[in-house]
Design a protein around this ligand. Structure first.
Ligand code: ZN
Length: 298
């Protein structure tokens, strides 16, 4: 009799713990502290999902965590994930981080695009929309990528590199464009919507193995993420969430948020095809994955 009671209690505990794991399993999402990652930040406050944000200091470190499944998903530059997918890593893009929201910031002595000839220009990674914006801007002003010295740099280092005259311009995830303008060492040469309207840049990308193992939970996360984007259309809400991950003055964050659009986070086939044509045109990726292979349709 006593033995049966012990077995019954053990079974009950097992059921409770299994049920608990399904309902409350923590989903790990990697991010860099940038205003482009705000839908992921907002996710932490969403109902019905238990999301833990894991902060990284650089795109290569974050991508490695995503590729190896140390995190379930990440807010990442979409071209980096496309490149990994093209190399055989199981990744799926499920939503955008934002549309628009990048600027080309240049030093005071750069009055027009042509002045960039022979100068050093920083981007976060060659596989990025920032590389596309730079090439669109150069083309507009009759220059080509060979006319500038392109360097890769971690986003937070760019404003000080501009102030020190180590570089003459940069294009990177926000708020670091706004930071460069705020310290009065830079000005905006082009906003990204002047070069590529409704551009794609960051995306929420899931590790396929994690998705197959935690599909139910991750489907809820995708749903919550899209709702999070709707909340961020409210500028005050976006500012509050920015302050959770960034210690920048309100003026900088407000300027940054003026440029970013969180209202269209679904990846449409048309927008993805436009991105594919640009990554091919500018030599960023020769064999980008197709929409059907890489994007989860809403
Ligand atoms: Zn972005």
């Amino acid at each position: 009799m006593k033995k049966n009671i012990i077995i019954a209690i053990a079974l009950a505990l097992l059921l409770v713990s299994c049920g608990g794991r399904n309902d409350k399993e923590t989903i790990k999402i990697a991010y860099l502290p940038i205003t482009h990652a705000l839908p992921s930040v907002e996710l932490q406050h969403a109902e019905n999902v238990n999301v833990e944000l894991i902060k990284y200091g650089s795109w290569p470190e974050l991508l490695d965590a995503l590729n190896t499944g140390r995190v379930d998903g990440a807010s990442v530059l979409i071209e980096l994930a496309m490149k990994a997918k093209a190399q055989g890593v199981g990744l799926t893009a499920v939503a955008l981080g934002h549309t628009d929201g990048n600027v080309i910031v240049v030093a005071e002595d750069i009055k027009k695009g042509e002045d960039l000839k022979g100068k050093t220009f920083a981007i976060p990674h060659r596989a990025s929309s920032h590389h596309i914006f730079l090439q669109e801007a150069l083309a507009k002003d009759g220059l080509a990528i060979e006319d500038v010295n392109v360097v890769e740099m971690a986003p937070p280092e760019m404003p000080s590199a501009l102030a020190n005259r180590q570089i003459s311009g940069y294009c990177v995830a926000e708020p670091f464009g706004a930071v460069g303008v705020n310290i009065s060492k830079g000005h905006v040469l082009y906003r990204s919507d002047e070069l590529w309207p409704n551009s794609i840049c960051c995306s929420l990308v899931l590790n396929d193995k994690a998705y197959s193992e935690k599909k139910q939970q991750l489907d809820k996360v995708i749903e919550a993420y899209l709702k999070a984007g709707e909340k961020l259309v409210d500028k005050h809400e976006a500012l509050v969430k920015s302050k959770e991950i960034l210690s920048q003055p309100d003026d900088v964050l407000k300027q940054s948020l003026e440029w970013i659009d969180f209202s269209h986070l679904v990846i449409t086939p048309e927008a993805y095809e436009e991105l594919v044509s640009k990554v091919k045109k500018y030599g960023i990726l020769n064999n980008p994955p197709s929409y059907a292979d890489f994007v989860k349709e809403k």
